[in-house]
Design a protein around this ligand. Structure first.
Ligand code: ATP
Ligand code: MG
Ligand code: FE
Length: 333
């Protein structure tokens, strides 16, 4: 089964061809990072216009890269939401046109589910049930899944997403955009104990909160400035990164214990973070939990993960009508 995946939920224009939900024949991502950098974040109107310009060439590249033509495809899959409405609409419009003209089934994919399915591309076997932690620019979702058609949201952020916190703290520290990779680079030269931050754990559930931590960074930084204390940006980055990872680790492993699952999946852009990957690997080994992570390129937005998720919808005949509309706040279940 050959599926063309299309992803335009945020600021990457992406298309991919995936065979049987597992084999990536091509995976093209055109990032708009350089365009949005000068604004310090994604500008929705600019993003959708850029998608409009880039999507057809990106799809052509994906087909050529896979060595297939439109006639070889079995389905067209596209991100329906959540994401930026104007950006989603571009992908959906193009996917609908292709499905209509080629008389192929259209598969509407949930973006956060797609992030989880990056693991199905990266690992030969992913067994249910599992707990998945999706940490990205807009989400910090803990998911309990018992089958391809049963994903339950068990925890989320009460305010900022983990990636959003990375981006905001990086912006405050003048480290540029996107913030996650910038903070990770600085943190490598930093001491995570040199700039103590409060561990603001929300207890008793699987929800997280990162807004207070972000405020604490800003407050302590200003306080140190006023007192004339010398603070190294590297130490702030290391301390902030370590605290975010600690919070995520506590919540994720608590969920694994509570739901008595053998496997924990990580996904989303923040899962590309080296410190996070190391900490989770160490903890998983200590607790006898099987940890699955996609390679960093499949953590951030891409269309291969969309085609992978779509494959399982294809198998159960979960197709979308051509009247389907984009949904910026599409719920997980
Ligand atoms: P969502 O998936 O919630 O709709 P998104 O698609 O914008 O949001 P992703 O593309 O999955 O998010 O991830 C982007 C986020 O990941 C950004 O916030 C970015 O700072 C963060 N990120 C990327 N690389 C790293 C890294 N190495 N360390 C920490 N954060 C990172
Ligand atoms: Mg992005
Ligand atoms: Fe994403």
């Amino acid at each position: 089964v050959l599926i063309l995946g299309i992803e335009t939920s945020c600021d990457e224009t992406a298309a991919a061809v995936v065979a049987d939900g597992r084999e990536i024949l091509s995976n093209v991502v055109s990032s708009q990072v350089e365009i949005h950098r000068r604004f310090g974040g994604v500008v929705p109107e600019v993003a959708s216009r850029k998608h409009l310009e880039m999507l057809n060439p990106v799809i052509d590249l994906a087909l050529k890269g896979a060595g297939v033509s439109l006639g070889d495809l079995d389905a067209v899959a596209v991100t329906q939401g959540p994401g930026l409405l104007g950006s989603l609409l571009v992908g959906l419009m193009v996917a609908k046109s292709l499905a209509f003209v080629l008389r192929l089934p259209l598969i509407a994919v949930h973006h956060i589910r797609a992030h989880v399915y990056a693991n199905f591309l990266a690992h030969p076997r992913v067994n249910f049930p599992f707990v998945a932690l999706v940490v990205s620019g807009g989400h910090t979702d803990l998911i309990y899944a018992t089958s391809h058609s049963d994903f339950r949201l068990i925890g989320r952020t009460k305010d900022d997403a983990a990636g959003e916190a990375f981006d905001k703290v990086a912006r405050f520290l003048g480290l540029g955009y996107p913030g996650g990779p910038a903070i990770e680079r600085k943190a490598r030269q930093g001491d995570p104990t040199a700039f103590p931050l409060p561990r603001l754990h929300t207890s008793g559930d699987f929800d997280t909160s990162f807004s207070g931590l972000k405020t604490a960074v800003i407050y302590r930084w200003r306080q140190a400035q006023e007192r004339g204390e010398k603070v190294r940006v590297e130490d702030v980055a290391a301390s902030f990164q370590a605290t975010v990872v600690e919070i995520l680790e506590e919540k994720a492993f608590a969920a694994v214990r509570a739901f008595k699952v053998p496997t924990l999946l990580l996904a989303g852009g923040v899962a590309a973070n080296g410190h996070l990957r190391e900490r989770f690997a160490t903890r998983a080994q200590a607790e006898g939990v099987k940890l699955l992570l996609p390679p960093p390129v499949l953590c951030t937005d891409n269309a291969a993960m969309v085609a992978a998720a779509a494959y399982y919808q294809f198998l159960r005949g979960d197709f979308a009508p051509l009247t389907v509309s984009a949904d910026a706040g599409l719920p997980l279940s």
